[in-house]
Design a protein around this ligand. Structure first.
Ligand code: SFD
Ligand code: AMP
Length: 624
C-alpha cells in the first residue's frame, strides 16, 4: 500500500464538527479572533451545509425562553430540566444556556429562518419551551453564517477527526487533532492552541427496531456516531453521566417526533383497548417521589408508564391523532380553510424534519384525521442536548459556577485547552438545536480567551502522530492483504468489515446493557458479562478491514460507538440505583436512592493502561 499524502494545518482554535454547536463556536470565535488576528479552523466529516442532526431540517426550536416577552426566566428552565432529569443537572450550565439562548434564536430569524408567528408578532409556541419554525433549510442558514464568519480557507470538509493530540510534555494539555479525508488518500494534522469538540451524539450503539435492509432507519441521525464522546474519552478528559441515555416515544417505524402532537395538538396516548396510559398508570408515579409528583412528568416516567402497560399486554399503543384533529377541526366549526391549515401544520411537522414518517403514513394509507397512529419506545441514544445528559465534565461560567465546578474557562474540559459543546457537554440536557448553538458560542468565546492567556504554544509529539497514522490506515492494508481469503460474499475468516462489527456491538449492547429487546433491564452480573463480550469484540476490531475510504470512515465511526458503549456500560454498572425507569432498570437496584446517588458520576479513561476510573461528584444546587 502507498503512503497517504500529509497536510499540516496550523491554527489557534480548532473546531471539530460543523453541526449546531460547531457553527455557533465558529461564528463566535471568528468574531473575537478577528481583532486579535488569530486563526480559527473548523473541520467537518461531511458538508457543513447539510451535516449533523439538523441536516434534514427541524420543525421546532425546542429551547427558547421568550424573556423579552416575559414568558420564562432562566430559573424556570433550570427547575424544568432538573425535574425532567429526575434531580440531576449541572444547574450552572443549564442556567447559562437559558440566559443566552434567546439571542441566538433571534439571530436565526435575522438570517432568514422562517418562524410561525402569533397575531401579536410573538413566536408561536408548541409548548412552554418550544417554538415552531418552517425549518427545512435550518442547517443551510446556520452553515452560511458560520462559513461567512470563518472564511472559506478555514473550513475543511469531508475530513474525519479520529484522534486528539496532547502536548508532548504535558499529557493534560491539548495540542491539536488528526484526521483523514474521506475523499482522498490523505492525512491531516491540525496543530492548535485550543480545540473545541462539537462532534455530536451517538446513535446505533444499540440494536434499533429496524434491522437488515432497514438498518439506519432510526430517530436521531445515523451519521452521529459519538465522536463528541470518544475524542475527549481517549484524550483522558473526565466524562459525566455517561449512564444516562435517551429513549423516546416515536411514531412507529418512521420515528416521527411526537412533541407537537402531545403539546400543541393535545393528543392522548391510548392503548389498544382505548385506555389513556397516563391516567391508567398514574399510581406508578408515587414510587418515584419526589419527581413522580412534579410537573411535567419526567420523560423516563412517561416511558415507564407506557412500558408497564405494554408488559401488561395492552399494546399496541396509539397516539390518537384522529381524536385530536377531530376536536381541533370542530373548534373551527369545520371551516375548510382552517381545517386545511391544521392539516398542513400536521404534515409539515414531519416534512421539515422526518420526511420518512410522512412517506410511511402515505404508503400505509394513514390519514391522521381518521386513523390513530402506532407509537413505540425507541432504542437508547447517547445525546447530551435532548432529554439526556451524557458528555464531558466541563467548567461552568465564572459568575455562576460553584467553586468545584469552575477551573478558569467556561465549557473547558479537564484537559487544558480542550472545550466541549452541544451533545458533548454532560449533565446539561434540553439545549436542543438552539441551546447547542448558544453553547458553541460560549465555548468559542472562552477558547479564544484561553488562547490569548496562554503564551506558550503546545508541541505535538511526532512519534505519536506517526503511530496514529499507521493505525488509521491499517484497515485498508488489512483488506488488501486479506482479500484473497474471502470464502463467500462478505465472509472472510481473516478480517471483519465495519458492518459486521457494528451488528455485533449492537447485539451485545441490546442484550446486556438494557436495550429495547430486553425491556431496558439489566443488572450487575449481566453488565459484567456484557463488558467481557465488549472486550472480545475490541480484540477482534483490531482486524477491521476497509475496502475503500468510505469503509475506512465506517471503521473509525465504529470505534466511536465502541467507546460510547463501554463508557455507558461502565457508568450503569457504577450507579447502583434505578434513577430513570423507562430509560433503563437495574434489576439488582430497582429503586431511586437519593441518599447515596443524588450526585454526578464522573469517569476518566487512561488510554495507555486501558483502565477506567469512576467516582462520584457532589451535587451543588444554585436554584431553589
Ligand atoms: O423533534 C464530525 N433535535 C431537535 N432540536 C430542536 O431544537 N428541535 C427539534 O424539533 C428537535 N428534534 C430533533 C432533533 C434532532 C433530530 C435528528 C431529529 C429531531 C430527527 C436535536 C438537535 O438537532 C440537536 O440538539 C443538535 O443538533 C445538537 O448539536 P451538536 O452540534 O451537538 O450536534 P450536531 O448538530 O449533530 O453536529 C455534529 C457535527 O459533527 C460532525 N462530526 N466532524 C469531524 N470529525 C468527526 N469525527 C465528526 N463526528 C461528527 C457531524 O457531521 C455534524 O456536522 S425533536 O425530536 O425534538
Ligand atoms: P419530541 O418531539 O418528542 O422530541 O419532543 C419535543 C419537545 O416536547 C421536547 O422538549 C420534549 O421534552 C417535549 N415533550 C414531548 N412530549 C411531551 C409530553 N408528553 N409532555 C411534556 N413534554 C413533552
Amino acid at each position: 500500500m502507498n503512503e497517504p499524502a500529509v497536510e499540516v494545518v496550523e491554527c489557534d482554535v480548532l473546531i471539530c464538527g460543523g453541526g449546531m454547536a460547531g457553527c455557533g463556536a465558529a461564528y463566535e470565535a471568528a468574531y473575537w479572533a478577528r481583532a486579535a488576528k488569530l486563526r480559527v479552523v473548523m473541520v467537518e466529516k461531511a458538508a457543513v451545509e447539510r451535516s449533523g442532526a439538523v441536516a434534514m431540517g427541524l420543525s421546532a426550536i425546542n429551547c427558547y425562553m421568550g424573556m423579552k416577552w416575559g414568558e420564562n426566566q432562566p430559573e424556570d428552565f433550570v427547575r424544568y430540566v432538573r425535574q425532567d432529569l429526575m434531580g440531576l443537572c449541572r444547574e450552572d450550565l443549564v442556567y447559562d444556556i437559558a440566559r443566552n439562548v434567546d439571542a441566538t434564536v433571534h439571530m436565526f430569524e435575522e438570517w432568514g429562518l422562517p418562524f410561525f408567528k402569533t397575531p401579536e408578532g410573538r413566536y408561536k409556541r408548541e409548548g412552554r419551551w418550544q417554538v415552531m419554525i418552517h425549518g427545512e433549510s435550518y442547517k443551510p442558514i446556520v452553515a452560511e453564517a458560520a462559513k461567512k464568519a470563518l472564511g472559506e480557507g478555514n473550513i475543511y470538509e469531508r475530513i474525519f477527526i479520529a484522534n486528539l493530540l496532547l502536548d508532548k510534555d504535558d499529557s493534560g494539555r491539548i495540542a491539536g487533532a488528526v484526521g483523514f479525508s474521506v475523499r482522498d488518500f490523505k492525512l491531516y494534522i491540525f496543530k492548535a492552541r485550543a480545540v473545541i469538540v462539537a462532534a455530536g451524539g451517538a446513535t446505533q450503539v444499540f440494536r434499533p427496531h429496524a434491522v437488515g435492509e432497514g438498518l439506519g432507519r432510526i430517530w436521531y441521525a445515523p451519521w452521529n456516531t459519538g465522536s463528541a464522546y470518544k475524542l475527549p474519552i481517549l484524550a483522558g478528559a473526565e466524562m459525566t453521566q455517561m449512564e444516562h441515555r435517551l429513549v423516546v416515544t416515536r411514531f412507529k417505524d418512521g420515528y416521527g417526533p411526537v412533541g407537537m402532537w402531545f403539546l400543541l395538538f393535545k393528543a392522548t396516548l391510548k392503548n389498544a383497548y382505548g385506555e389513556a396510559v397516563e391516567e391508567k398508570w398514574a399510581e406508578l408515579l408515587k414510587e418515584w417521589l419526589p419527581y413522580g409528583a412534579g410537573k411535567p412528568i419526567p420523560t423516563p416516567l412517561r416511558n415507564h408508564q407506557m412500558l408497564r402497560d405494554f408488559v401488561a399486554g395492552a399494546g399496541p399503543h396509539y397516539l390518537r391523532t384522529d381524536e385530536a384533529l377531530t376536536r381541533m377541526f370542530a373548534e373551527t366549526q369545520n371551516d375548510p380553510r382552517k381545517v386545511r391549515e391544521i392539516e398542513a401544520d400536521a404534515w409539515e411537522d414531519f416534512l421539515d424534519m422526518t420526511m420518512s414518517q410522512a412517506l410511511l403514513w402515505a404508503s400505509h394509507n394513514i390519514d391522521p384525521a381518521k386513523t390513530p397512529s402506532e407509537v413505540v419506545l425507541t432504542e437508547p441514544y447517547l445525546v447530551g442536548s435532548h432529554g439526556a445528559a451524557t458528555g464531558a465534565w466541563v467548567s461552568g461560567p465564572e459568575d455562576l459556577a460553584p467553586k468545584d465546578y469552575f477551573w478558569g474557562y467556561n465549557r473547558m474540559t479537564t484537559v487544558k485547552g480542550l472545550f466541549a459543546a452541544g451533545d458533548g457537554v454532560g449533565a446539561s440536557a434540553h439545549k436542543f438545536s438552539s441551546g447547542s448553538y448558544a453553547e458553541g458560542r460560549l465555548a468559542g468565546k472562552a477558547a479564544l480567551a484561553y488562547v490569548m492567556d496562554t503564551a506558550q504554544a503546545a508541541q505535538i509529539d511526532q512519534q505519536r502522530v506517526e503511530s496514529i497514522k499507521q493505525a488509521l490506515f491499517a484497515p485498508l492494508k488489512a483488506y488488501e492483504q486479506a482479500q484473497a481469503r474471502v470464502t463467500r460474499g462478505e465472509i472472510n475468516p481473516a478480517v471483519l468489515n465495519p458492518r459486521q462489527a457494528l451488528v455485533r456491538l449492537q447485539k451485545i449492547m441490546d442484550e446486556y446493557c438494557a436495550g429495547y429487546e430486553v425491556g431496558y433491564m439489566t443488572n450487575g452480573p449481566t453488565l459484567r458479562r456484557g463488558l467481557e463480550l465488549l472486550e472480545l469484540l475490541r480484540e477482534d476490531m483490531a482486524h477491521l478491514a476497509a475496502r475503500d475510504l468510505h469503509e475506512l470512515l465506517r471503521a473509525w465511526e465504529l470505534w466511536d460507538r465502541y467507546y460510547c458503549a463501554e463508557a455507558h456500560a461502565r457508568h450503569i454498572l457504577f450507579r447502583e440505583e434505578t434513577r430513570w425507569p423507562g430509560y433503563y432498570y437495574r434489576g439488582d437496584f430497582p429503586k431511586l436512592d437519593e441518599a447515596n446517588w443524588h450526585c454526578f458520576t464522573v469517569s476518566r479513561y487512561d488510554a495507555d493502561k486501558n483502565q477506567w476510573q469512576l467516582n462520584k461528584r457532589p451535587y451543588v444546587s444554585i436554584v431553589s
